[in-house]
Design a protein around this ligand. Structure first.
Ligand SMILES: Cc1ncc(COP(=O)(O)O)c(C=O)c1O
Length: 405
């Protein structure tokens, strides 16, 4: 095909493809090479030191040793039964009775896509927390929703505000996407009362709730409130092994109300026929008898990193900078002194050798504010955290100085 012909193809794309035109990382990546030893607080991945490499290697060997060729046929649309059973058993600890409605997904990201695919026509309203997870916006965008970005306070999303918007606009959202526990990006946890209030409001108006819970097991003080799926069987729940085992293996799961479960299965079949059967077996063998101990060891490991970050912030942040102390998860949300934006700070910080994700990325573009930034502590050593935050403090001080002069 000539260059001209292939250029013209761009004009033939579906409207929804506009949502794949710009990578959210495009604004950040160029800055990350500004310093030879940049300390990057942007990654949401676990610590690579905790990836259970030996366990995975053993499990992979066992799986391929024992595999019957018929297990390499298409099949197991809902997932490898022993893995599903293991997940169901472990979710009891989160207060969830999943019954039989568990489906293995390619990470929770795929679950967000399936739910959007099933519920959203263009222009339907989706409630999201302000700010929310970038990848959820990426997944939802393709279905062309109208977003209601609803602010949060210490107890989580402002349910009264959703009620108010329904009353004033006469519109009823189709879907509420929330991360109630150790939220990405703020680290906040929705209180039990607020969880109940959201469930009640959504039941009243027939709004589907999608609860995304990748961090619920990573608590550092005491276990979080019961999952929303534990409070109502109408909630669609997403879980994942990405934060407890490793993200690259792409194994997550979805628990769905019986009424929509079969449709989700067929959405899975339409998308990729079934999850990779050897990988599901490898995850089952790796996790069975191992994952609980692994998570128990990971908690103090991440708690030390969180504490190092909070300590460094107290020591190095200029006055006027504030942050939320999370009880779990991987993130600390930092709000800058009045007048500074995170995008403006990014090149200055990169020059000083510190990188982060600017807050504006965590909102639908029409609602974006940029007074905050997300720092992740999961994949950096305590020593690197200390050095990186000292650099960030110097960068903020410099940006403040520039603003004054
Ligand atoms: C809130 C949230 N949901 C989903 C994901 C993606 O998880 P997975 O790797 O299971 O697709 C992440 C990863 O950072 C996340 O923070």
């Amino acid at each position: 095909m000539s260059v001209d012909a292939s250029t013209r193809l761009i004009d033939r794309l579906a409207r929804r493809s506009a949502s794949y035109a710009d990578s959210p990382w495009a604004a950040i990546d160029p800055h990350l090479s500004a310093h030879p030893d940049l300390i990057y607080f942007g990654s949401g991945a676990p610590a690579a030191e905790l990836y259970p490499m030996a366990r995975f290697a053993w499990a992979a060997g066992e799986v391929w040793e024992r595999l019957d060729p018929r297990e390499l046929d298409y099949g197991e649309l809902a997932g490898y039964p022993p893995l599903r059973e293991l997940i169901v058993k472990r979710m009891v600890g989160l207060g969830i009775d999943a019954g039989d409605e568990v489906m293995i997904t390619s990470g929770s990201q795929q679950g967000i896509d399936f739910v959007a695919k099933l519920f959203l026509d263009p222009g339907d309203v989706v409630v999201v927390e302000a700010p929310t997870y970038i990848g959820a916006l990426q997944a939802l965008d393709g279905y062309e929703p109208d977003y209601w970005s609803v602010p949060m306070d210490d107890e989580g999303i402002d349910v009264r505000e959703i009620r108010r918007r329904i009353a004033t606009t006469g519109r009823v959202p189709k879907l509420a996407y929330v991360i109630p526990t150790y939220q990405n990006p703020t680290g906040r946890t929705m209180s039990l009362d607020r969880r109940t209030a959201l469930i009640d409001l959504c039941a009243e108006h027939g709004i589907a709730i999608l609860e995304d819970d990748p961090y619920g097991e990573m608590w550092y003080r005491e276990p979080p409130p019961v999952a929303m799926r534990g409070l109502s069987a109408d909630v669609i729940y997403l879980g994942t092994f990405s934060k407890t085992m490793a993200p690259g293996v792409r194994v997550g799961w979805m628990v769905a109300p019986a009424a929509i479960y079969d449709r989700l299965l067929l959405a899975k079949e339409a998308t990729d026929i079934n999850a990779a059967r050897p990988m599901m077996r490898e995850m089952y063998l790796s996790a069975d008898g191992f994952i609980d101990g692994h998570v128990a060891e990971a908690r103090p490991f991440y708690r030390r990193r969180r504490d190092a970050l909070l300590r460094a912030l107290r020591e190095h942040m200029p006055p006027g900078t504030t942050w939320i102390e999370p009880d779990g998860g991987f993130f600390v949300w930092v709000t800058l002194p009045v007048g500074l934006t995170a995008m403006d700070l990014l090149p200055i910080a990169a020059r000083h050798g510190a990188g982060f994700l600017p807050g504006c990325l965590f909102y639908p573009p029409a609602d974006a504010v940029d007074d905050s930034l997300r720092l992740s502590f999961s994949s950096l050593t305590e020593e690197r955290i200390e050095i990186g935050i000292e650099r960030l403090g110097r960068a903020i001080a410099e940006a403040l100085g520039e603003r004054v002069s």
